[in-house]
Design a binder for this molecule. Structure first.
Ligand SMILES: Cc1ncc(COP(=O)(O)O)c(C=O)c1O
Length: 390
């Protein structure tokens, strides 16, 4: 038997694998299933992006440079300038990523330093599991900052004591938030950035859903907090441009940290293929397809929000393609999720998959097409009606 490192040995199975098992079983039993589980968009990638990918394939294939193509860094900083009004130097503030997940996972390895007393990563919970998994892989302790409805699904940063902040290597925030759909006001990001500089940790702001907003104005970025020191923002084409399979994102912000990541990355080999970078350039340079994408999700949101309003089921969130739905009658979230699959052929993610703090909710990822959403809403209408009259 091979010996595995504790980081690998102790890793819990990815909770969505369990959903996948249930899904396969339902499909094998010949059931129709509509899958609102994983946040993998089923919207088509716009044709002009696919064309740029195909045209980007060169006769001779070379290793991509760790810093990415100059044109891509330029396209990213141009987008940041237009979207957030922040002028960045593409050569010092911006680094393309092979999708954002790889950096969300690996950032802790770059900044956790137990010998220097930096042995802690702070994450929000319920949450995307990767920041915590990356922290554990880096040998760090994890402090989970709970998000709840009364706090607007924002962490209470004032409740963390100075000794904890002094141990902190990274504070992860993710707004618009997966799974709650909450948006953080700029003041919250400013407070977090100020703490990062005061106590010498990194504020890592995962902004993967920044372009999927449905109420109020466009959500702010940590890049707008007025000072880039100790602050990085991470973003991706996966959700905004329906490009999950391309694997293309960026990290931008503190030049020391971005520079350090650039130095490490040739050893890891995680730069996107150049043809993906070519496709990414045209994607960052176009907003029309993002607006169409937002409209498509808005239509799907309306279908479900109307349905849940009719049944008095509370739904949180004003952004992302997730609905964070309170489980009726206080049932355990896994039980309701399995019941929806069993009786309605609908896959949703139980809140408990995002940590115990997510109990009492399920997450609906509005990734199937509008027609499937309408079909699913009709099924839910029947199920909720029956539950109420039972
Ligand atoms: C909060 C959050 N961050 C990052 C990602 C990773 O996106 P990608 O690696 O496709 O860029 C996801 C994916 O679901 C996510 O939900």
């Amino acid at each position: 038997m091979v010996n595995l490192s504790p980081a690998v040995r102790n890793v819990a199975p990815y909770p969505f694998e369990e959903l996948d098992r249930h899904r396969r079983k339902a499909l094998e039993a010949g059931r129709d299933v509509i899958d609102f589980g994983v946040g993998d968009p089923r919207e088509v990638t716009p044709a002009f992006i696919r064309r740029a990918l195909a045209e980007g394939v060169e006769a001779v294939s070379s290793y991509p440079r760790a810093a990415g193509l100059q044109e891509l860094r330029g396209a990213i900083s141009g987008w940041i300038g237009r979207r957030f009004g922040v002028e960045l130097d593409p050569d010092v503030h911006v680094l393309p990523l092979l999708g954002s997940k790889e950096l969300v996972f690996s950032l802790a390895q770059a900044v956790v330093d137990p010998a220097a007393g930096r042995d802690l990563v702070a994450v929000t919970a319920p949450g995307y599991p990767i920041p915590e998994r990356g922290a554990r892989y880096a040998g760090a302790d994890v402090r989970r900052l709970p998000l709840d409805e009364t706090g607007g699904f924002l962490p209470d940063l004032g409740a963390v004591d100075p000794a904890t902040w002094r141990r902190t290597a990274v504070l992860w925030l993710n707004y618009p938030n997966n799974p709650t759909g909450a948006v953080a006001p700029i003041e919250h990001l400013r407070l977090a950035a100020g703490l990062a500089r005061e106590y010498g940790f990194v504020l890592a702001s995962d902004e993967a859903y920044s372009e999927l907003w449905f109420e109020g104005g466009p959500p702010p970025s940590a890049l707008q907090t007025g000072d880039l020191r100790n602050v990085v923002a991470i973003n991706t084409l996966s959700k905004r441009s329906s490009m999950t399979g391309y694997r293309s994102g960026f990290v931008a912000g503190d030049p020391d940290l971005v520079g350090a990541m650039k130095r490490i990355r040739p050893s890891i080999g995680v730069t996107p293929q150049e043809f993906v970078q070519r496709a990414s350039i045209v994607a960052w340079n176009d907003e029309a397809h993002v607006e169409r994408n937002r409209d498509a999700y808005a239509a799907k949101r309306r279908v479900f929000r109307d349905l849940f309003a009719r049944h008095d089921v509370a739904v949180a969130g004003t952004a992302t393609f997730y609905l964070w739905v309170r489980v009726p009658d206080g049932r355990p979230s896994l039980e309701w999720a399995l019941d929806l699959l069993d009786r309605g052929g609908l896959i949703v993610a139980p809140g408990s998959f995002f940590g115990p703090e997510g109990e009492g909710f399920v997450r609906i990822a509005l990734v199937p097409g509008l027609e499937d959403c309408e079909k699913a809403a009709a099924v839910l209408d029947g199920l909720l009606g029956r539950e109420r009259s039972a």
